[in-house]
Design a protein around this ligand. Structure first.
Ligand code: HH2
Length: 273
C-alpha cells in the first residue's frame, strides 16, 4: 500500500502533493514502483493534528481520485473517517476504505462500506490524533488491541460488511509508546490469529526516529527493518511511503521465508474476496 497524502501537514510528505498534478504524478510513480494499492488521504492523523472540515477534505482528494480512477492500473484506497468523503471517493473510483477509527468515528461509515461492496481496513487507535500520544497506557497492549479489533470486526460484519472484505491494523503510533509499537510488531502473530489479513503501517514513524535518531526523510532503513519483521510475523500488507525499496526488501525476505512456512494471507485486492 503506497501512501499519498494530499495534505499540507502530514508528518512525512505534508505539502508535497497538495497540488493535484503533483498528487496524480506521485500516485503513478508509486504504482510504477510496485504498489498494489494507493492510499489517498486528505486529513493528517499525525500526533497533534487538527481535524479537517469535510468540504476541504473532499476538495483535496476527489479531483485526484477522479483523474486516477480511469487510468491507474492499481486499486485506490481512500484514507478517511468521514462517511461523506468515503462515499464520494468510492463514487469517483476508489474501492477500498482505510478508516483509522475502525468505523467508530462516523455512524454512517459502516453503511457506506456495506452498500458499496468496498474492502475496508479497521485500525486500532487509542484516543484521537490531537491527544493520543499523551501518556498512552495499556495492561497488555497486544491483548487490548486484539480485543478491540475482534469487537470492530464483529460490529462490521453485523452491519452487513462481509468478513472477506475486512482487513485489520494494529495502528502503529496511534496512542502507543515506543515499547507498545515494538511489542505489537513482535507479537503480530496474535493479531494474525484473528483470521483476517493484517496491515502494518510503520513507515517513517516516530518510533523509528526514536530508535535511530533520524528525521522523517531519513528513516528508510529503519522502516525496511520493521517491514521485513512484520512480513515474517504474518502481515499481509505494508503501508509505506517508499514503495520501490520496500518491494525489494519484501521480495527478498519473502523468497527466503517461502520454503519455511506458508505465506501470509494474501487476499485479492481486486475482487473483494
Ligand atoms: N498511519 C497513518 C495514516 N493512516 N492507516 C492505516 N491503516 N495504518 C496506519 O498505520 C496509518 C494509516 C499515518 O501516516 P501518514 O499517512 O504518513 O501521515 P499523516 O497521518 O500525518 O497524513
Amino acid at each position: 500500500m503506497g501512501v499519498l497524502n494530499v495534505t499540507p501537514d502530514s508528518f512525512s510528505d505534508g505539502g508535497l502533493f497538495l497540488d493535484p498534478d503533483a498528487a496524480v504524478a506521485r500516485a503513478r510513480q508509486l504504482a510504477g514502483e510496485g504498489a498494489d494499492l494507493i492510499d489517498i488521504g486528505g486529513e493528517s492523523t499525525r500526533p497533534g493534528a487538527e481535524p479537517v472540515a469535510e468540504p476541504e477534505e473532499l476538495d483535496r482528494v476527489i479531483p485526484v481520485i477522479e483523474r486516477l480512477a480511469e487510468t491507474l492500473e492499481v486499486p485506490i484506497s481512500i484514507d478517511t473517517s468521514k462517511s461523506t468523503v468515503a462515499r464520494a471517493a468510492l463514487a469517483a473510483g476508489a474501492s477500498f476504505v482505510n478508516d483509522v477509527t475502525a468505523l467508530a468515528g462516523d455512524p454512517g461509515m459502516a453503511e457506506v462500506v456495506a452498500e458499496s461492496g468496498a474492502q475496508v481496513c479497521l485500525m486500532h487507535m487509542k484516543g484521537e490524533p490531537r491527544t493520543m500520544q499523551e501518556d498512552p497506557r495499556y495492561d497488555d497492549v497486544v491483548s487490548e488491541v486484539r480485543a478491540f479489533l475482534e469487537q470492530r470486526l464483529t460490529f462490521a460484519v453485523a452491519r452487513g460488511i462481509p468478513e472477506q472484505r475486512i482487513w485489520l491494523d494494529p495502528g502503529i503510533g496511534f496512542g502507543k509508546t515506543l515499547e507498545h509499537n515494538l511489542e505489537l510488531i513482535r507479537r503480530l502473530g496474535e493479531l494474525v490469529a484473528i483470521g483476517r489479513p493484517v496491515v502494518v503501517g510503520a513507515s517513517r514513524k516516530r518510533f523509528i526516529g526514536a530508535l535511530t535518531g533520524r528525521a522523517e526523510g531519513e528513516r528508510l532503513a529503519g522502516s525496511l527493518a520493521a517491514a521485513v519483521i512484520a512480513l515474517e510475523r504474518g502481515a499481509s500488507m505494508l503501508r509505506v511511503h517508499d514503495v520501490a525499496a520496500t518491494r525489494d526488501a519484501l521480495l527478498v525476505a519473502g523468497a527466503t521465508l517461502e520454503s519455511e512456512r506458508p505465506g501470509p494471507l494474501r487476499p485479492s485486492l481486486r475482487g473483494g474476496k
